[in-house]
Structures are given as structure tokens and as C-alpha cells.
Design a protein around this ligand. Sequence first.
Ligand code: DX5
Ligand code: ZN
Length: 216
Amino acid sequence: MNHLIAPSILAADFANLQRDIEMINNSEADWIHVDIMDGMFVPNISFGFPVVSAVKKHATKPLDVHLMIVDPDRYLKAFKDAGADSITVHQETCPHLHRTIQAIKQLGCKAAVAINPATPVSTLDDILADLDMVLIMSVNPGFGGQHFIENTYKKIKELRTLSAEKNPGLLIEIDGGVDANNITKLIEVGANVFVAGTSVFSSANQVAAISKLKHP
Ligand code: DX5
Ligand code: ZN
């Protein structure tokens, strides 16, 4: 399949959010990545439901909601109601991951699990068949603008091998430090959804930066 690009609005100008959403609408981006941080699971706080609803009002592309929060089960329906099309929970926050994934699917959202850089791909072996997507964190979650962790390539290869048997249609999303320099190699090893915050929003021509990621 062709790979998908999901600009992360964590790097947008929050005082001009409508303008930045419209930029994404008018670009070759496929999804809009929405980072929710609670100051507990990760050391940073981003934004909550009113902002997600406001983004949804203007977005013409699906909202890819990434929950970096403890006990995400408490908030799945609220994020669906705010406009989430896909919901990603962290493996590290879900003791009953199978139940959580079923709950996301019952809401009618795509269901995904994220793993931190230190969490092995093998921990997802028994849930892989139930997932639409796995998000491999290529930085430690919490902040935009960090350096890409090279071990990510190895994890993508391992996940592609595992999913070939259990879930060949699995989407593999990469989040953190993705740019025009590393996207080609990430595609080669088997990833197919790319979050990009800084590399898009720090660019003088953001639409062109998205286009460059779409056609590397
Ligand atoms: C990090 C977030 C990312 C972040 C990526 O915790 O999950 O989605 O916005 O930002 P960049 O592309 O700047 O690394
Ligand atoms: Zn994210």
C-alpha cells in the first residue's frame, strides 16, 4: 500500500489552530495526528476534549488520536465523541489490553497500540491479530522535536515478521523524529504510517514539506 502521512498538531501554532488545520486539509496529508498527554504517563500536558472537538469541526481528514495517559479506558468514549477516528493506547498503560482494544472497536474506531522505545515488539504477540495498527515510538513520548532513535528500524523489521503470519494488513505507524531524511529507510523496512510534527511545522513551506514526505 501507499504510505500515509499524519502531521502532528502538537507542533502547530495553537493561537492559529484553524489556519493550521486548513493547511493540513489542503495538503497531501492523510490523517491528523492528535497527541493527548496527561502529565502522569508522560512528563508533559498537551490539551483535552474541547481542543479535539474544535479541531474536528474544521478537519476534513480523519483524527488519529494518540493517548499518552494513564487509565485510558476512562476516556475512550469521550474521545470518540470529540471526534476520534482511530484511538491509540499505550501498551504500558493497559493491564487489560485485550478488553481495551475491544472497547475501542465497539465505539467504531480503528484500534491501535503504541509501544515505547524500551518496550519489545514481542509483548504484542498475543494481541496482534486484533489490531488495526501498531504505533512504534521512535522517541520517548512527551515532547516534539526529539532525536529519532535508530533501534526503531530493528523493531519495525521484527513487527513485520510477526505480523506477516498473524495480521498481514497491520498498519505500522512511526512517531517521533520522522523527516525527509529517514522516511525512505522506514518505508523500506516495513512501516507505512508516519507522524511528523517538527519536520512539517518548522518548515517555511508546510504543504511542500508534507508533499516531500508523501513522495520521498
Ligand atoms: C511525542 C508525540 C509525537 C510528536 C512528534 O510524544 O507522540 O506525536 O508530536 O513530534 P516530532 O515529529 O516533532 O518528533
Ligand atoms: Zn504521537
